[in-house]
Design a binder for this molecule. Structure first.
Ligand code: ADP
Ligand code: ASP
Ligand code: MG
Length: 443
């Protein structure tokens, strides 16, 4: 049977965590015959202090030369899958596969292979349980020698493989390079795999099944019961997920965006809810919505550079950036004033000590004053509605000053899609709640 309206479904770590949640997955897949291509994550946490299989697999790689430590970690991984197999009642014996994985981890010289086995084993089990085909992403998702994802080669290979299958369970998170060695995306990357498969299958929708009702207006771990976003644009999604809304990986939009396929984020544990749709901006009625959502990330610093008549000095910014380039440092934002330039960096980008970096910048541009503020968090307020509404920035600043939160940096993208502020990390949660209450919160 050839279906015109195929759906691609990605189930995340909580959906694959144990046999009970996998039975929910089965219900969802079997209730709709168009749900034919199923992308899965590795088992995630079953309770608050539980361990994710992917974290255990990174640990297994790190302990590979310490026999006792490795056996303890690898034992936990095997026990977790064995319990799922037993509770589901599937006839699958993974003994030989475990032995091969153990051998390969010990022979590997990077953590990619080890990390990828969580999704691989999840997909093997679900394929058997649903009686679906198993399609290994090693054969269809391609990276180059520098471990950069090759989208077009992948699309050709994946489209060809999918066209031959009526259905398939497909492991998320990894692919392989030109020498067929496993490469993974960054953490949370099964969302990207789902999007790649949706594009290659020319799906009518990419359903991303997770453990919340959809994309929420703020992180539910920070704001109590945040309102659901019923629809948002690809661009808004990109801004929010890049800035910390971890429900979807920030690179997950690119493949579906190319094909104009909507994403529908849905709750595995409450499948009756409609969830959130992510579509091209042109298809969305914004109404009087000013902001769509709020997101944020901790762990930033700002280098502040001051020099009189800086704006007249041709090449000033280039010289500063060439110091960053020399050390392979990427920056997040660079707001400027007439005599000032600020560079916002994630703390992980300080690949040399900050004093050395400041010295090198000083040597390059001889500023009057240079310094660094640390311990900052960034908060992004995102929405297409901002472009048509005056006073959004003022409203943010008032909300923050009413709560005595000091703003350390402000940056507004030229698209008027977002306003980003930096605050001291101690004020992070308070600041997000204040902005939420001011724009979205129900009285
Ligand atoms: P999965 O394992 O299904 O991929 P993730 O843990 O990666 O799930 O993402 C879902 C989690 O993202 C939610 O449980 C929630 O805590 C967190 N989250 C952060 N920001 C948001 C947001 N704006 N909307 C919804 N969830 C969010
Ligand atoms: N299992 C991987 C992780 O924990 C990928 C994913 O879940 O999307 O990051
Ligand atoms: Mg995820």
């Amino acid at each position: 049977m050839i279906l015109a309206n195929k759906k691609v479904c990605k189930f995340g770590g909580t959906s694959m965590a144990d046999a009970d949640s996998i039975k929910d997955v089965e219900d969802i897949v079997k209730s709709d015959p168009t749900r034919v291509f199923i992308v899965v994550s590795a088992p995630g946490k079953r309770f608050k202090d539980d361990e994710k299989i992917t974290d255990l697999l990174y640990k297994a790689y790190d302990t590979k030369s310490d026999c006792k430590a490795f056996s303890a970690v690898f034992g936990k991984i095997k026990a977790r899958y064995d319990e799922i197999i037993k509770d589901l009642g599937v006839a699958l014996d993974l003994k030989d596969i475990y032995a091969e994985i153990e051998r390969e981890i010990k022979a590997s010289d990077a953590p990619y292979y080890s990390a990828s086995r969580g999704e691989y084993l999840s997909a093997l089990i679900l394929a058997k349980y649903l009686n679906f085909n198993f399609l290994d992403t090693k054969e269809i998702i391609k990276f180059d020698g520098e471990k950069n994802f090759d989208s077009e080669k992948t699309n050709v290979l994946a489209a060809k493989a999918l066209s031959k299958l009526e259905n398939a369970v497909i492991p998320g998170f990894y692919g392989s390079d030109e020498k067929n060695r496993i490469v993974t995306f960054s953490r949370g990357g099964s969302d990207v795999t789902g999007s790649i498969i949706a594009r290659a299958a020319n799906a009518c929708v990419y359903e991303n099944w997770t453990d919340v009702d959809g994309f929420l207006t703020a992180d539910p771990r920070i704001v109590k019961n945040p309102r659901l976003i019923d629809v948002l644009s690809y661009k808004e999604l990109r801004e929010l997920s890049y800035m910390g809304a971890s429900v979807l990986h920030h690179e997950a939009i690119f493949p579906v965006k190319k094909a104009g396929i909507p994403i529908n984020v849905k709750n595995t544990f409450d499948k009756t809810k409609v969830g959130t749709f992510i579509r091209p901006a042109a298809q969305i009625e914004h109404g009087d919505r000013v902001i769509t959502g709020i997101a944020g990330k901790k762990g930033y610093s700002v280098i502040n550079i001051e020099k009189s008549l800086l704006n007249n000095e041709i090449g000033f910014v280039r010289k500063v950036l060439s110091v960053l380039e020399k050390y392979n440092i990427s920056f997040e934002h660079m707001p400027t004033g007439i005599d000032t330039l600020s560079i916002v960096l994630a703390d992980s980008e300080f690949k040399i000590p900050s004093q050395k970096l400041l010295q090198e910048i000083s040597n390059a541009v001889t500023p009057d004053i240079i310094g660094v503020s640390t311990g900052l968090s960034l908060i992004a307020v995102v929405g297409h509605g901002m472009a048509h509404k005056t006073g959004t920035a003022t409203k943010i600043f008032t909300a923050l000053s009413d709560e005595n939160v000091n703003i350390k940096m402000i940056d507004q993208g030229s698209s008027e899609l977002n306003i980003i502020v930096a605050v001291d990390t101690v004020d992070y949660e308070k600041a997000i709640n204040a902005i939420y209450k001011s724009f979205i919160g129900r009285e």
